[in-house]
Design a protein around this ligand. Structure first.
Ligand SMILES: [Zn+2]
Ligand SMILES: [Zn+2]
Length: 177
């Protein structure tokens, strides 16, 4: 979905658009979008400077990176952005650009706003770096694969015993020399 700036006549311009599953190309090895993405926003502009304020709503299905169980939950993010026509970059501009990033300023080609890209970017920015079912998820035993959230498996003690016996053996050999 593109919004051509020259076509914008009356404003504010209200947009509510539902993207079917798969249209917003979010991808992550541990997560995906499990419901259509609803974008709701108001667009105002002054010349070619656009101001967009709204929300993106969907649901994510994700796999906990520790215990590998699947979970799904509602996802929504609010945003408030100013889009400026893409300037021609020079080295001196680089520093200014960095400052602009912190002020919710983004760039577009000055002709049309790519709404799919905007929505995708908002989703990516709001997603966590790692997907866990809960902060204190204990994960799986690396040896037997038991879910440690459901109780301890018997591997842990064996492992300690094994290390201890190696250590004792090592000491014994040293003493023999
Ligand atoms: Zn987990
Ligand atoms: Zn185990």
């Amino acid at each position: 979905m593109f919004i051509e700036v020259q076509d914008l006549k009356q404003e504010p311009f209200y947009v509510r658009h539902v993207f079917p599953i798969g249209e917003i190309k979010y991808s992550h090895e541990d997560a995906g979008l499990s419901e259509p993405v609803v974008a709701d926003f108001v667009l105002t502009h002054r010349d070619r400077d656009l101001h967009v304020n709204g929300t993106v709503e969907t649901a994510i299905r994700y796999r906990c990176s520790r215990c590998t169980k699947e979970f799904s939950k509602a996802f929504n993010v609010g945003f408030d952005l100013t889009y400026l026509p893409q300037p021609k970059w020079t080295n001196e501009d680089a520093e200014i650009a960095l400052k602009y990033d912190e002020m919710n300023i983004a760039y577009y080609d000055g002709i049309a706003l790519d709404v799919n890209l905007m929505v995708l970017e908002q989703i990516e920015l709001a997603m966590p770096m790692r997907f866990v079912c809960r902060e204190d998820c204990k994960g799986l035993c690396y040896k037997c694969g038991a879910d440690l959230n459901e109780g301890l498996c018997s591997c842990k003690d064996e492992e300690t015993d094994f290390r201890l016996s190696v250590l004792l053996e090592f000491r014994q050999k040293k003493m023999e020399k």
